[in-house]
Ligand binder design. Structure first.
Ligand code: KE4
Length: 428
């Protein structure tokens, strides 16, 4: 049995000073039971807890660690930048470098504004769409998570879904009523919403490949439908690519699926592990932002040189290596292994994958939306999670989160993982 006595002591202390002992709810292990372990070192595809236990990591700090942890080029860039100061509060050259990089990698982005989180990026994009269209209502999809901005904590995914409070307390009913929540992968629901709210809907915000209720994919033609229906109704199409951006392809899900949204939100990978978000898109919309236009948005640390250095180093490394081919190969290997293990154990498992993002649901039914995902056997997932953890494999501590591969994972790591999966499944 793995010992985690130092983590347990730290958690007991953390509980005295931090709500739930964590700075973000999903870390608390409440969806899987037990206590979170504390990590003090990460390198490549591995993390080590304070008791010295080693884990192959498939959370990857929820997506940023696409190159693995502590990538030498990112660490070197951050150390070099730090020697010149950590934040200036006045334009610095790396902000231009980052903006040019994002615009070159994502053709739909003609102009981009940096923020400090994905939440800020999404809430700012919503405000911009409302200011640009002079409309108040927005459409989001059940189970999709776009950060914890008030307008978006309505039937949200990720931790909100995990803890059964997809409609958070503290969000005034007057705010929530401007958010129309529809089932994902259901074109008829979108048509009906536009018909019932003509000229009132500012935007649709969507995770093109939803990764906050596990992972499921757009049905063929669905994203194209969202593109056409927003265009036909004068609404802005916002792709929330905080998770999928620069992961599913150099240009994100929009490149992989060939869709041109009006605005896109980014985060995670573009910070190389430091706090960074961004939103960008059509220049005629982006120019509504202060100081040019009437939509206000700001941030003390937006574009700070340290975070820019980390993100630029990471994006340059992704550009200069064959990262996406390797991620696809690793993903296919893991998928085959997971499916074979479930078959051998005689367990009903639906395994969804898109590139280096994946989720195994304990259900025999296909999973195309959050209602399907909710049918998964969460008790079985809890046992599976802890069986893997004790075997040194760390999956996201919730059935309603996606898993992430990195270029630091090796075929041998996948083999070790699949062996642990097979053993854990046999014990279920
Ligand atoms: P942040 O504010 O956490 O940087 O980004 C919010 C966000 C926006 N959009 C999408 C598609 C996201 O996945 C996220 C954040 N993802 C979660 C993981 N499911 C962050 C983990 C956490 O909340 O601790």
């Amino acid at each position: 049995m793995i010992s985690r006595t130092k983590s347990d002591a730290l958690f007991a202390e953390a509980l005295q000073y931090i709500p739930g002992g964590v700075n973000s709810p999903v870390r608390a292990f409440r969806a899987v039971g037990g206590k979170p372990f504390f990590v003090n070192r990460a390198s490549g595809c591995r993390v080590w807890d304070v008791d010295g236990n080693e884990y192959i990591d498939y959370v990857g700090t929820w997506g940023p660690a696409i190159l693995g942890h502590a990538h030498p080029k990112i660490i070197t860039a951050v150390k070099a930048a730090a020697d010149h100061g950590t934040s200036f509060g006045i334009p610095n050259p790396s902000e231009v470098t980052m903006a040019k990089l994002i615009c070159s990698l994502v053709p739909s982005v003609q102009k981009v504004r940096m923020t400090n989180s994905g939440t800020e990026a999404c809430m700012s994009a919503i405000r911009l769409a409302r200011g640009f269209t002079k409309r108040d209502k927005i459409i989001k999809f059940d189970g999709c998570y776009h950060g914890h901005g008030d307008s978006l904590l309505v039937k949200a995914g990720s931790g909100a879904l995990t803890f059964g409070n997809p409609d958070s307390a503290g969000v005034p009913a007057d705010f929530a009523k401007l958010t129309i929540v529809l089932p994902y992968n259901d074109p008829e629901a979108v048509k009906a919403a536009f018909a019932a709210n003509q000229n009132e809907i500012a935007c649709i915000i969507v995770e093109p490949v939803p990764g906050n209720a596990g992972l499921y994919l757009p049905k063929p033609g669905y994203l194209e439908f969202l593109r056409e229906s927003t265009k036909a109704n004068g609404a802005v199409l916002i792709f929330d690519e905080v998770m999928t951006g620069f992961r599913l392809a150099p240009g994100g899900a929009q490149e992989r699926f060939g869709i041109t949204p009006d605005l896109s939100c980014f985060g995670k990978i573009i910070g190389g592990g430091l706090p960074v978000g961004a939103f960008g898109g059509r220049a005629d919309i982006m120019d509504y932002l202060a100081p040019l236009g009437p939509v206000y948005q700001a941030g003390t640390l937006s574009g700070n040189p340290l975070a820019m250095a980390a993100g630029i180093a990471g994006l340059e490394e992704l550009k200069s290596t064959n990262a996406y081919a390797k991620l696809e190969q690793l993903g296919a290997h893991l998928e085959t292994g997971m499916r074979d293990a479930a078959k051998s154990a005689g367990l009903p498992v639906t395994f969804n994958r898109c590139g280096s993002m994946f989720c195994g649901y304990f259900t025999s039914e296909p999973v195309w939306n959050v209602d399907d995902a909710m049918k998964a056997d969460r008790e079985r997932f809890k046992k599976f999670f802890h069986g893997l953890l004790d075997a040194g494999v760390y999956l996201a501590p919730s059935q309603f989160e996606a898993g992430f591969l990195s270029t630091a994972h090796s075929e041998a790591d996948i083999e070790k993982t699949v062996d642990a999966v097979a053993r854990s499944m046999r014990s279920l």
